[in-house]
Each structure stands twice: as C-alpha cells, then as structure tokens.
Design a protein around this ligand. Structure first.
Ligand SMILES: C[S@@+](CC[C@H](N)C(=O)[O-])C[C@H]1O[C@@H](n2cnc3c(N)ncnc32)[C@H](O)[C@@H]1O
Length: 267
C-alpha cells in the first residue's frame, strides 16, 4: 500500500478524519446491519458506463471498491485511515479482481494523484460529510477538479438524515454476535450543532469475551449541507451538475429522499 499526502503533527480537535482507525474493526459489522450493499450496484453501473480509470474518495474497507474493481474498471482508492485500508487490502487479496485496485493512504483534501488522471471520481456513503469545515470541502472539490479529465464525472452520495437525528445519550442501537465467542454492544450518544451543521456520534463498542469487557471509545463528526448548498459549491469549483437523484435505482431527488446522489461533470 502506498502512503502519500498525510500531514504529520498532533491532531487538531474535531477533524473529520478522526475516529476512523478506532471504528475500522466494527465498520463492516455495523454496515452489514444498516446500509448493507444496497448502493453497490449503483456505483458498479456508473463505473462500467463511464469506464476507468476511476478514483474512490475515502474507500475505507473496500465495501464499494472491491465490487467496482470486479467489474473490470481500474480503480484507485484513497483513504486517510491505515486501519480501514488494511481491511481493504485484506479483501483485495481474497478477491479475484478483473480490474486493478490500487490503495493509497492519503488525504482527499490533497489528492496524491496526477492531474487529469481519472474519468470518474466517486464519493460514496457520505464521504464528503467527513469534511467538517468549509475550507476542507473547498480544498477537496478543487482537488477532485484537478484530478478529473475534462468531461469526466464526479459522483457523490450524502447521507441525508444525519442532521435530523435526535440528540440522545447512552442508547444501545446495536448488539449482537461479532464473531465466535465474542458479543458486541454499541453504546451511542448523538449531539447536534445546528448552527455549524455538525453532528457528532460518540461511540463505545463493548466487546464481551466471557466475563471480560473491552471498551473501544471514539467519536465521528459529520457536516451535512443541503443539496442546494452542495450543488452551488460544485458549480463554483468548475462542475456542471447533471443529475440529482433520490435513490440508488436512479429515481429523482425530493426533500424526503432517503439517498442524495449528485452526478456532476467537470467542464
Ligand atoms: C463512511 S466511510 C466510507 C467508506 C467506503 N467508501 C464505504 O462506502 O463503505 C468514510 C471514509 O472516509 C475516510 N476519510 C474521512 N476523512 C478523510 C480525509 N480527509 N481523507 C481521506 N479519507 C478520509 C475515513 O477514513 C473512512 O474510511
């Protein structure tokens, strides 16, 4: 795995990339019970229609990258979390991939790839919501415009319901068997900062191994813009918005849509 574009130094408060290393062991377990694979065919379809080379921002554990690379489209996945990427690399070893999959450790605000290298850039499952300040988003859109070919497509997906989550403290949204002999309980608290459009999830995953309990505590912060705010920023960054969709079957967007998908062309 390559490593590029990750700046050193002490982490600042409330960076959107914080928390993902600690979340990595539990990410696939949780998502198997929530989003599952319902968005995967959409990204595979987009990639096969447009062809590669394609880039996935925040590829994580390879939940989307592996099935996209299986279609034969060459793909590069960038993620800042070494622990998420280690899981993607393990999946890659087990998979038979028709296209190639390169994994790069890097920050999506400073994409460590060549100008104009891609025909498609994908940002599935709310990756852009991990950009918690206006300048983080601006830097990322600028970086995407740089690495896309003219006429190339940027596809992004926002998790729309995050700002509507009720605030609570110490709820148990998930519990179950993690692996043989290990049970898992998630204890979660949610805080909303509506002025800054930030939602913070404080998570405590408790592993139960017989009488032992091991706590894994971390926080994830997300910033959710309205669809209009996002399309305005895309246009400002040199994209033409071509479609705003409300589900993974390609249906139109509406305010209660459960998926917010934007397809924008680099002009
Ligand atoms: C919601 S997960 C999505 C993972 C994968 N795309 C999927 O659909 O399952 C968000 C991912 O973005 C990564 N991430 C967050 N901020 C980042 C940044 N500034 N640069 C690179 N990766 C980042 C996290 O490490 C995490 O793996």
């Amino acid at each position: 795995m390559q490593r590029a574009g990750v700046r050193g130094g002490a982490p600042q408060e409330k960076e959107g990339w914080h928390g993902w290393d600690a979340y990595a062991p539990f990410y696939d377990w949780e998502n198997a019970q929530t989003l599952g694979r319902r968005d995967v065919a959409f990204w595979q379809g987009l990639a096969t229609r447009l062809g590669g080379p394609a880039l996935e921002l925040g590829c994580g554990t390879g939940r989307v990258s592996i099935p996209v690379a299986r279609t034969g489209v060459p793909l590069v996945g960038v993620d800042r979390s070494a622990d998420m990427l280690a899981r993607a690399a393990r999946r890659r070893r087990r998979a038979s991939l028709a296209g190639g999959l390169s994994l790069i450790r890097g920050d999506i605000r400073h994409l460590p790839v060549r100008r104009g290298a891609f025909r498609l850039v994908m940002a599935p499952y709310g990756v852009l919501q991990s950009l918690v300040r206006e300048r983080d988003l601006a830097e990322t859109l600028e970086a995407v415009a740089r690495v896309l070919q003219r006429g190339g497509v940027f596809g992004l997906d926002l998790v729309s319901d995050v700002p509507a989550w009720q605030e609570y403290t110490g709820r148990v949204p998930l519990r179950g068997t993690f692996r043989r002999g290990v049970k898992l309980t998630l204890i979660e608290s949610v805080r909303q900062d509506r002025r800054r459009r930030l939602t913070r999830f404080d998570q405590d995953y408790i592993e139960h191994r017989g009488a032992r309990r091991i706590h894994h505590r971390f926080s994830l912060t997300f910033r959710t813009l309205s669809i209009r705010q996002m399309t305005t920023r895309l246009e400002r960054a040199g994209f033409r918005v071509e479609a705003v969709l409300g589900d993974y079957a390609g249906g139109p967007w509406h305010p209660e849509a459960d998926a917010w998908l934007v397809l924008a062309r680099r002009v």
